[in-house]
Design a protein around this ligand. Structure first.
Ligand code: BGC
Length: 744
């Protein structure tokens, strides 16, 4: 007993000693974050402050070692956690414990039209980032799909600002639940890859606010994003990474952003602008890979020695620097110094299941004549799979989103696993696309070289197709330059590598032909009338083959819908017919290319509607193995005031004989307006899971926001009184019912 008492006394004395040694406020997680920030700031030297506003390596910034404030580690994003790279190289470092889960590309996520899938995605990838000790995930991307040629569309969430806004918010929240910041990119107007560092976008305010900004605004205000990445292009002749209008006026001023503005890698070009216009952290400048290399690259960053010199010479004060450091410290306290953050997890079974579920909900059944799909595995003897994308690994390549995946189930493997010994699954190459398979030192290890001529490859495929019950062609684009790939745009809408010839030949040889298009972009399908079934397969990541097989064989009933229009021709896209894509070079000898977005707000289906164009497949389109009957939509009142909401509901019945899910879409039409408005705009959607024969109601709340346009003279959103229509639709080209109402 005596011993216990003396031990207790010793313990209490030690506690008192610790208490007496006061904990600095910035280390006290119990204190308000702003108090901690001010305390840390007051302890930092000028050089320490300069150090935290620029990188120290390819993906990290230094923190304040003297004060125990940790480094900030960033990672790509947005489909999985990038492999570790060497300190100042893009090349992978060769670690053996950094092979990640590859999730489906963001176009696929958008195609689920299911915010729950976004939350699952964000939470899962956030857990992977956290496990890998990353503080900032460089994603998600929400640049609007303006042209199908943009090489990076696969990393974004489609053409519609409302859809992208609804989908980005849960992703951001899911990531940040792990104490990892989501860095929403690329802010803003980065809608193409060609000339990405030198394109000066000219766009009117109405288009900017209605089309290109809403998803960023939602990510910031509703998602509470802790970071945002400036884009490469210019706007109003100023690079976006240090653009006064985008960063100071809109992001901080109008939206009240309190997170950190991170430059895109190599997107900073001017010290004074970066200092004054709100860039907080500079990454990727002058380092090997993007622009030029230098031995002491990091000291030469715009926000490094040149900044210090400006301060020391008195040309610039320290007010801006303190503001930047506050933002960086806020980021650190929210992430690396957040004692409550969980530990994350990596390559878990739960992550495989998440990747699989998201993929299964995102695959879009574009066409299905004569119920060609699903394939009844037990009733077929022989299936022939044709096409390079049936075997090519797609997680490697495409630019900064390239991954080193722990595993990737190729479509052919997925199909073989699913079918087992129920039927023979034979494979023919059909065409040779890009046989290479390496990105930044990550090698697929696949040997895809094939020297046969196109005629030989087609002859072989046709010969095999003739005797098969089903032919599944799996092609599309890939992650090589000028396909779905960063830093270059596509040359045209057509499928590359002579695939159209292969598909046509197969269609002649076998009427049970299914085409699976793997891409993040719309492609031309000149053979569409000859092919009974077409599936949009996206880039599906690690679980690709399993996802595709489950849909093709009907274990999963497809429920994805297109997040962008498949135009009938490139000329049917506003950016190409009316806009100045890819920009017009200046005659003053500068490298800048000006590009006016003359199509204005008429992007995607808004353009097709306005010009009465019939797309190949419209925005919002997607079939199911069952069918749905829409009842008559009703509104709970005939008029509303700007402060009220009107509720529209519509019963939807699954009239087929199997369970399925339908994405019910709500578009708003302003019947009469003082300004030109789109024929209709998406303002609501809901995904209903319906058992065979079941009926459920889709319910939408329509508020002032859904009725407003951006008045660029008054610089505010305006909802004009008058008549409106709520259109209930299965796609942008398939309106099933409408209800009229009035805004008083
Ligand atoms: C890309 C960013 C990416 C960064 C870091 C840039 O080239 O545009 O999206 O996050 O590199 O890899």
């Amino acid at each position: 007993m005596k011993k216990i008492v003396s031990l207790l006394c010793a313990f209490l004395a030690a506690g008192a000693a610790v208490q007496a040694q006061e904990i600095p406020a910035y280390l006290d997680a119990g204190r308000p974050i702003e108090t901690r920030i001010e305390d840390a700031l007051s302890r930092m030297t000028l050089r320490e402050k300069i150090a935290v506003v620029h990188a120290q390596s390819k993906f990290s910034s230094p923190g304040v070692p003297r004060l125990g404030i940790p480094e900030v580690w960033t990672t790509d994003g947005p489909h999985g956690i990038r492999p570790e790279v060497l300190w100042d190289e893009w090349n992978q470092a060769g670690w053996s414990n950094d092979s990640c889960m590859a999730f489906p590309a963001l176009t696929c996520l958008a195609a689920t039209w299911n915010p729950e899938m976004s939350e699952l995605y964000g939470r899962s990838i956030g857990e992977e980032a956290r496990y890998r000790e990353k503080d900032v995930l460089l994603g998600p991307g929400v640049n609007i799909y303006r042209t199908p040629l943009n090489g990076r569309n696969f990393e974004y969430m489609g053409e519609d600002p409302y859809l992208a806004s609804r989908m980005v918010v849960p992703y951001v929240q899911g990531v940040q639940r792990n104490g990892v910041a989501a860095c929403v990119k690329h802010y803003a107007l980065n809608n193409q890859e060609v000339n990405r560092h030198s394109t000066n976008v000219i766009v009117d305010d109405r288009t900017l606010y209605e089309i290109y900004l809403p998803a960023f605004k939602a990510a910031v205000q509703e998602g509470g994003a802790w970071a945002i990445m400036g884009s490469y292009n210019l706007y109003k002749n100023q690079h976006a990474c240090h653009n006064r209008y985008l960063l100071q006026d809109i992001l901080r001023g109008e939206w009240g952003f309190d997170g950190v503005v991170i430059s895109d890698w190599g997107g900073t070009h001017d010290t004074a602008e970066a200092v004054r216009n709100g860039l907080d952290m500079e990454f990727g400048t002058w380092t090997n890979g993007l622009s030029r290399g230098a031995g002491n690259a990091y000291d030469n960053y715009h926000l490094a020695a040149p900044y210090l010199r400006l301060i020391e010479s008195g040309e610039i004060g320290t007010e801006e620097l303190d503001a930047k450091v506050r933002n960086v410290l806020r980021l650190i306290f929210r992430t690396a110094m957040n004692p409550a953050r969980p530990y994350g997890s990596f390559n878990s079974e739960a992550h495989s299941e998440a990747a699989c579920r998201i993929g299964q909900e995102g695959v879009v059944l574009l066409k299905n004549e004569h119920a060609t799909l699903p394939i009844a595995a037990e009733r077929v003897r022989k299936i022939v799979v044709v096409g390079e994308n049936a075997v090519k690994m797609m997680t490697v390549g495409g630019g900064s989103s390239s991954l080193k995946a722990r595993y990737e189930i190729a479509p052919l493997d997925g199909i073989r696993r699913y079918v087992g010994d129920r039927a023979e699954v034979a494979y023919a190459r059909g065409y040779v696309g890009d046989a290479s398979g390496e990105y930044n030192g990550v090698k697929t290890g696949q040997q895809l070289k094939d020297d046969r001529t196109p005629a030989e490859l087609i002859a072989e495929a046709v010969e095999m197709a003739r005797g098969a019950d089903y032919v599944i062609f799996i092609g599309g684009l890939n992650k090589s330059a000028h396909q779905d790939c960063e830093d270059s745009d596509r040359a045209g809408l057509e499928l590359p590598y002579g695939q159209d010839d292969v598909i046509r030949a197969l269609a002649q040889a076998n009427k049970n032909l299914v085409v699976v298009n793997i891409s993040g972009n719309a492609v031309a399908m000149p053979w569409i009338a000859e092919v009974p079934a077409v599936v949009q397969g996206w880039y599906l990541g690690s679980e690709c083959g399993r996802v595709l097989a489950s849909v093709l064989f009907g274990e999963v009933n497809p429920s994805g819908k297109l997040p962008f229009t498949f135009p009938a021709a490139l000329e049917d896209v506003g950016a190409h017919r009316e806009g100045q894509y890819p920009g017009i070079g200046r005659t003053d000898g500068s490298k800048i290319t000006d590009e006016r977005y003359d199509e204005g707000i008429f992007v995607g289906y808004r353009y097709a509607d306005k010009n009465r164009l019939t797309p190949l497949f419209p925005f919002g389109h997607g079939l199911s193995y069952t069918s749905f009957r829409y009842g008559k939509p009703v509104a709970d009142r005939t008029s509303m005031t700007a402060g009220e909401t009107l509720r529209v509901s519509v019963p939807v019945t699954n009239v087929g004989d199997r369970a399925g899910a339908e994405v019910v879409q709500l578009y708003i039409r302003d019947v009469k307006s003082s300004v030109v408005r789109p024929v209709k705009e998406l303002k609501g959607f809901c995904k209903l899971e319906l058992a065979a024969g079941e009926t459920k109601e889709a319910v939408f709340e329509i508020g002032r926001d859904a009725l407003s346009f951006f008045d660029d003279i008054r610089h505010e959103w305006v909802a004009e009184p008058g008549r409106f229509e709520a259109l209930v639709a299965a796609s942008a080209a398939d309106v099933r019912g409408k209800v009229a109402f009035e805004l008083k």
